[in-house]
Design a protein around this ligand. Sequence first.
Ligand code: NAD
Length: 332
Amino acid sequence: MSHSTTHQNKGVSVISEAVCQKIVGRDNAFTAVESVFAAMAKNTAYNFPVIREAIGHENALYGFKSGFDRDGMVLGLKSGGYWPGNTEKGLTNHQSTVILFDPDTGKLKSLVGGNYLTAVRTAASSAVSIAHLARKDAKVLGMVGAGHQSTFQLRAALEQRNFEKVVGWNLHADKLSNLAGVCKELNIPFEAVSREELCSQADVIITITSAFESLIDKNWVKPGTHIACMGTDTKGKQEVDAALLATATVFTDELAQSITIGEAQHAIASGLIKEADIVPIGDVINGVKPGRTSDGEITLFDGTGVGLQDLAVASVAAELAEEQGLASYFSL
Ligand code: NAD
């Protein structure tokens, strides 16, 4: 309540990208994302239908993701998209801003830079899946993909288990230096390997690519592996063999997205699994459903990315920035 009073006095808060980077760490992102997955599974938080449009200008894809978390009292949307020509202008191609509203009155509360937050909330998602589903004795982490998101994924994953080694693969091998650099900084050995070799070594695998065909054959994956599929967030994208989803126990952030735009879309379309076979990870967090039930089980997390994750981390950013005097304010 005191937070909302501060707000009313000072006006709309603005939290810049630089402030978000300074104050939202992997630990608060993890807690915020875990809590919102739990709320989604209890139906106390829900995502509204996603809007995504090619706007016919600058080749841009624009959209917004919106939702309401009644447990956390967070209402708002993330707006933005993909502007492919931005690199030439010295800007990031993916652009996003989070807009938070007061759920009691509908008044605009905060504007929060969303670029850094998108990366930490996506990394928190796979980290939550590792924390709840991977074997406790996992030693080798496999990274498939070495783009912008991959280093955030790597750092968050390494905090979940006592990993002793990282193995990595990327379509363009030169990009693997992104992963190798983080491993060097954290003093953990890194090895560039083939995809098949990666599966034979890794106890936990993260896929974070823009692939449109399977990169991981079902027969390559060892019993007991946990695999977090994070790249597939659009119809047509795919990172792993659809047959792997029939062998694995499948978990997701949101069922509706998993079966339409997530990794499960292909296994569902070809009848290999049914919607009822997929477990919302929030049910595991809430203790309503079991997570991993044996050391030999393959667990697969289909992380599709939901607006409520963005709102959760943006709300943390706004709260911390206001508390620490790092927000600026304006009146409407
Ligand atoms: P990026 O453009 O920086 O990197 C793309 C990665 O995909 C690179 O490693 C590239 O080598 C690889 N790649 C591209 N085409 C490939 C192909 N045909 N086969 C194999 N690898 C291929 O992108 P990024 O920002 O790191 O994002 C990676 C993916 O994650 C994107 O597809 C993005 O849409 C998705 N994403 C998902 C979420 C989520 O919440 N699930 C959030 C953010 C981004």
